[in-house]
Design a protein around this ligand. Structure first.
Ligand code: FES
Length: 587
């Protein structure tokens, strides 16, 4: 099969892809998520892109790559842009932040006068903390009051934070998704809602382990806990500085940082005890949202700036899942919707008839390439797609970079497994079928790919000097991962009392979710059997949700209500878990 190079503008991302792939899936492989309200049927026309240099318009979901291309992706077709989109339905976020600046007509003469002026402008009583000591010195020249809206549980309202002499009206804020691997921060103008800069970096805490358990272990000692918090704060300060530089503002003009992450990342950020997160029953120290003075935790924002954290649900369902559910508009969702965020810990949220069920599946790192003989993360030389090339003739692969395969990443692992199932090379239990039994059923080329490798059967995905193959042991690891996720989904469905056919929307979130082929995930049983058009990629929903919580105080309040309504389902303690898990191993 021929391969072509597609360059996406204005991102300047280039991907090598097999002939016949759609521009939609090619963009996905370049980490560009397009909107797809019709699920790729070609009816909504929302996935329009421009072919360069002619400028001719094409539907990404219908257009197949048959030559080298340069393609411009308009903002309107992207899933994430300042006007945040949720599975293609445009959701305009009205900027109504928790911060406000009020111009003072004249320097106030007393606290009472100040309170009266502010309350009349805001239209409700503004609280002035008793600790605020009004002095005619500095404050006599004040021209602006900065207000912060706090909303916790039943109490909410505006509070004066400080007086400023300058009369500039700028208000900026940032939202960050602290992942175990990657940290992504957005800087936004709180008055217009516009995103001014986005920066990302590797989480520097990885020096003490790639996984949360290693970090919990390290942070269980006081010195380790100090180091973890200091390290992530230094990282956030650097990211804030970079974002501020890019937007040509000062970090002192940033009044708030909203932070989401898994429960361990949240606890390390807030320096909460973490040892209990590493042992059964994996209880969080707290699930509450917090507002703390940024300065008190070493964050470089405005001197009176605030750090807002979002609720966690359980030890392995964190504020990133809550933020993802916010971005997916689950609190107002009328349809039965399943949100799946695939990762080492895969989080699930199922909403059905006004109830929200959530669970975490210990899928392990196999789907990210770990514990797989030739597995890797998505990087140069990694096979990222495996397809059957013609009826039973051979397979074809797409490789990231210059085309020479050295490894296989998660999306292709799911594809490869689906291909092996489809061709009957592995049976329903995941066992390689004896080669003799495949003779006559497979083309000679395919049959040659089935080999004996280190005493076990294997399937060669890429030939050459350094072959890349999938072994029986790899299949077993992948089987365990897919069974963990599938069992979680089945138990949530059982708890809600629904069947697959009742799932009206299945949302795939997270970086990994953007790359996988829906049909492959369905074929291996990773996802429940729903019509493929009901499956939607929603990209980095946690980061999008954090941004919404930053920009709109009603969304922030609704997020707290949603978090309270989420019912955590502890999978491992269910008496039926082992049976359902064992059954979910089957293909
Ligand atoms: S027309 Fe392409 S996704 Fe709807």
């Amino acid at each position: 099969m021929e391969h072509f190079t597609v360059q996406f503008l204005p991102d300047h991302r280039t991907i090598r892809i097999h002939s016949g792939a759609t521009l939609f899936e090619t963009a996905g492989q370049a980490d560009i998520v397009l909107v797809s309200p019709c699920g790729g049927k070609g009816t909504c026309r929302k996935c329009r892109v421009r072919l360069e240099p002619s400028g001719e318009e094409a539907l990404a979901c219908q257009f197949q790559v048959t030559e080298d291309l340069t393609v411009t992706i308009p903002r309107a077709s992207r899933y994430y842009r300042p006007q945040i989109l949720v599975h293609g339905r445009e959701k305009k976020i009205t900027a109504d932040p928790c911060w406000k600046k009020v111009n003072l007509p004249r320097p106030p003469a007393s606290v009472d006068e100040l309170r009266n002026v502010l309350s009349s402008v805001v239209g409700e009583l503004v609280f002035i903390p008793p600790s605020f000591s009004f002095t005619s010195g500095d404050d006599a020249a004040a021209t602006t009051a900065v207000l912060h809206f706090t909303c916790h549980n039943q109490s909410q309202g505006w509070e004066m934070v400080c007086l400023e002499k300058s009369n500039h009206r700028h208000l900026y804020g940032a939202a960050v998704d602290i992942g175990t691997t990657t940290v992504v921060l957005h800087l936004a103008d709180l008055q217009t809602g516009k995103t001014l800069a986005t920066v990302s970096t590797a989480n520097p805490q990885h020096q003490h382990g790639d996984d949360v358990i290693s970090r919990i272990y390290f942070a269980s000692e006081p010195q380790g806990q100090d180091w973890m918090q200091r390290t992530i704060m230094d990282c956030l300060n650097e990211m804030l500085r970079q974002a501020a530089d890019e937007a040509k503002i000062k970090t002192e003009q940033i009044y708030e940082l909203v932070a989401v992450g898994n429960t361990t990342m949240n606890h390390l950020l807030m320096k909460f005890p973490v040892a209990q997160l590493g042992q059964s029953p994996y209880l969080p120290h707290t699930t509450q949202a917090y507002d703390v003075a940024a300065q008190s935790v070493g964050l470089t924002l405005h001197p009176k700036g605030n750090l807002h954290t979002v609720q966690n649900i359980a030890g392995f369902v964190g504020s990133d899942t809550v933020a993802g559910a916010v971005a997916a508009e689950m609190s107002t969702e009328q349809q039965t919707t399943l949100l799946v965020d695939i990762g080492t810990n895969s989080e699930l949220v199922l909403c059905h008839q006004g109830r929200f069920y959530t669970a975490s599946c210990a899928a392990g790192p196999a789907l990210e390439g770990a514990k797989i003989r030739y597995g890797s993360r998505a990087r140069d030389g990694a096979i990222q797609r495996v397809v059957i090339d013609g009826p039973d003739a051979d397979i074809d692969i797409d490789v990231i970079g210059d085309g020479t395969a050295h490894s296989i990443c998660g999306s292709a692992l799911i594809d490869a497994l689906a291909v092996l199932v489809q061709l009957g090379i592995i049976d329903s239990t995941g066992r390689f079928v004896e080669k003799e039994k495949l003779t006559g059923k497979l083309s000679p080329t395919l049959l040659n790919r089935v080999i004996e490798y280190e005493g076990q059967p294997g399937f060669v995905l890429a030939d050459g000097q350094n072959p890349v193959l999938l072994t029986q042991a790899d299949v077993r690891q992948l089987q365990l991962a897919k069974a963990a996720i599938r069992a979680g989904i089945r138990i949530l469905k059982k708890t809600a009392g629904i069947k697959n056919s009742q799932i009206e929307k299945l949302l795939l979130a997270g970086a990994f979710g953007n790359y996988i082929q829906k049909t492959s995930a369905l074929r291996i049983g990773l996802l429940p059997q729903v019509p493929v058009e009901r499956i939607h990629f929603i990209g980095n929903a946690a980061g999008g949700g954090a941004l919404e919580i930053l920009l709109n105080r009603t969304i922030r309040a609704n997020c707290q209500t949603l978090a309270r309504r989420m019912e955590y389902v502890e999978l491992a303690s269910r008496p039926d878990f082992q049976d359902i898990f064992a059954d979910s191993l089957m293909f």
